[in-house]
Design a protein around this ligand. Structure first.
Ligand code: SF4
Ligand code: SF4
Ligand code: SF4
Length: 580
């Protein structure tokens, strides 16, 4: 690769051709502020909005300041990042944004977690010298998952890049012109009326509170304060490896025991583990996969536990609705079992049970409200909150998370295996399914449970797993753009698989839209992934079908995996939706 010589703040350095000034400055630990910039190189996506002008620097021989995020270094370039002119221009850019921005930080969801607020602080903005008319738009809270507040939008267009290029959903773009321009769906449609998957990746990158999750914490407090209700909570695998970040713990810290203690400190009546639901999912999904393989069913079988992925294929591939597994997601399965088996055992009317789910995901909020997944007007899962919302509740309640002792999940829906915890990362669901399918198909003990060929962070991966005499072709994709590529190749007959796992978010649930903001730092996602695999390693039982409480559930209540009762409680169907 050709190397270039540049001078940056009097430092002589070499950078590879194609390096931007911003990247060069980071190489020598110089901090240039950014706002609209979004580093998606890891996903093969170039993002050079260069619209906010917050990262401007001086380049010798150039009359105008240049945006360092978009300007590529040239040989012999002399750059200064710290001149009064550059600093003043950055401050002015932020002041202009603030002049058309509601000053309501104290009551804003993003207070202390907002890039714009932080930038105003870092640039020492103490006065706004520009006044004028401010935008006034209605908030869009039409969906169950997210709120769009255009009044707080700074037109950085990060959301648009993520939605259109990473997720290929095409929901968000600039609509109207001039002063009235906003980012939103075409024709100002409500988000609920579009093909939005509610993956929440736009929320994860929005630097302000223009895109945030629907906050359900008040509903949880109300349920907890209602003595007539038996309030049960479940927590997803990805939550336990990320919630510590909210309390200053290192990314990738496994906080399972503290998480359970924290939920108990909030006075839930029972604390169950979504991982139990994941083990149950494997019982049903492995059964379905084996049936399809052995009885000439439709292949490939697609996993169906990611609700953003489910909504994506309903809108984008309505002709392929027969290939996803009919299994409900672990969250919904656990809700269904809580309101049937557990309710019966405890002698509680299911109508008096409130099931709260703590999820890394915004799409789970919408999934819980799908009409296909609610039975007898009694939702399987009543309230979904994200990892971030749980963090807010714990801070509100004064729970010192880092000082908590470890506790165990409650019986009878709290025991789980290593296979279940890996649901939290890309590749984990299919690995868990293979561990069980292998033993059921070969009737032999699987000695090596780590299928390393299924692991990793590449957007699209494939591997062949030998099960007896059969070679099972496995495909894996994370990120909806990658999922689209994989499905299009199948439609064109380019790719042939027996089973495919897809997760909508980069990295899988560990990178979900409801997790502590990771600012697209893939190192954080990788640390969470390592923690997930470590949690699996730490478990005594690592195959779902060996979970003793799962065995008991089938013996006492469900009958056979894939049987009539299991089918009515644990399976669902999909509906074709228009692409809007
Ligand atoms: S989005 Fe940020 S700057 Fe705007 S009100 Fe909220 S915290 Fe303050
Ligand atoms: S939630 Fe996902 S699909 Fe919907 S607008 Fe945001 S990025 Fe696009
Ligand atoms: S909604 Fe958020 S991410 Fe999208 S353009 Fe506005 S401020 Fe940027």
């Amino acid at each position: 690769m050709k190397m270039l010589s540049i001078v940056i703040n009097d430092m002589h350095i070499q950078v590879p051709e194609g390096t931007t000034i911003l990247e060069a400055s980071r190489q020598v630990n110089l901090k240039i502020p950014t706002l609209c910039h979004l580093d998606l190189k890891e996903f093969g996506i170039k993002n050079q909005n260069a619209s906010c002008r917050v990262c401007v620097v001086e380049v010798e021989g150039r009359r105008s300041l240049v945006p360092s995020c978009a300007e590529v270094c040239t040989d012999g370039m002399v750059i200064r990042t710290d001149t009064i002119r550059a600093i003043s221009a950055r401050r002015m850019a932020v002041e202009l944004l603030l002049s058309n921005h509601p000053s309501e930080c104290l009551v804003c969801t993003k207070n202390l977690d907002c890039d714009l607020q932080k930038l105003a602080q870092d640039l020492n903005v103490r006065e706004i010298h520009y006044t004028g008319e401010k935008m006034h738009y209605e908030k869009d809270s039409s969906s169950f998952a997210l709120i769009k507040d255009p009044n707080k939008c700074i037109m950085c267009r990060r959301c648009e890049t993520v939605c259109n290029e990473l997720q290929t959903c095409g929901i968000l773009s600039a609509v109207d012109r001039g002063f009235n321009v906003i980012v939103g769906p075409a024709f100002h449609l409500d988000m609920a009326d579009t093909s939005c998957t509610f993956c929440g990746q736009c929320v994860a990158v929005c630097p302000t509170a223009a895109l945030t999750e629907i906050d359900n914490t008040t509903k949880v407090w109300q349920a907890l304060n209602n003595p007539k209700k038996h309030v049960v909570v479940q927590a997803a695998p990805a939550v336990r490896v990320a919630i510590g970040e909210i309390f200053g713990m290192e990314p990738g810290t496994i906080s399972t025991g503290k998480l359970v203690s924290a939920l108990k400190a909030l006075h839930f009546d029972a604390v169950f583990d979504t991982n139990f639901g994941a083990d149950l999912t494997i019982m049903e999904e492995a059964t379905e996969l084996i049936n399809r393989i052995e009885n000439g069913g439709t292949l490939p079988m697609l996993t169906s536990c990611c609700p953003a992925w489910v909504k994506f294929f309903e809108h984008q591939f309505p002709d392929l609705l027969d290939i996803p597994s009919t299994c409900k997601s672990p969250m919904i399965m656990l809700g269904a079992i809580t309101k049937s088996y557990y309710a019966e055992k405890m002698g509680i009317d299911p109508k008096d049970i409130v099931m709260v789910s703590v999820m890394p995901c915004l799409a789970k909020k919408a999934e819980a409200k799908r009409s296909e997944l609610t039975k007898d007007d009694n939702d399987n899962v009543d309230i979904v909150i994200t990892t971030r919302e749980l963090g807010h509740m714990l801070i509100e309640a004064g729970v010192s998370f880092t000082r908590l002792q470890d506790s165990n999940f409650d019986s009878i829906l709290g025991e789980s295996t290593g296979a279940a915890v890996i649901f939290g990362t890309t590749g984990g669901v299919i690995e868990a399914a293979i561990r069980t399918a292998y033993e059921w198909m070969t009737k032999k003990t699987l000695e090596e449970v780590n299928f390393k060929q299924l692991r990793g962070m590449e957007g699209i991966r494939s591997a062949t797993v030998k099960i007896g005499e059969r070679n099972l072709r496995i495909g894996i994709a994370h990120g909806l753009g990658n999922a689209r590529k994989l499905l299009e190749d199948i439609q064109k007959g380019i790719s042939h698989f027996d089973a495919i796992e897809i997760m909508a978010c980069p990295g899988g649930c560990i990178g979900g839209g409801g997790q502590p903001y990771h600012h697209r730092d893939m190192e954080i996602i990788k640390k969470r992934q390592m923690a997930i695999y470590q949690s699996d390693q730490n478990k005594k039982i690592r195959k779902s079908h060996e979970n003793p409480y799962i065995k008991k559930l089938y013996e006492e209540y469900l009958g056979e995996p894939g049987g009539e009762k299991a089918h009515s409680l644990l399976h669902t169907h999909y509906v074709p939706r228009k692409r809007i």
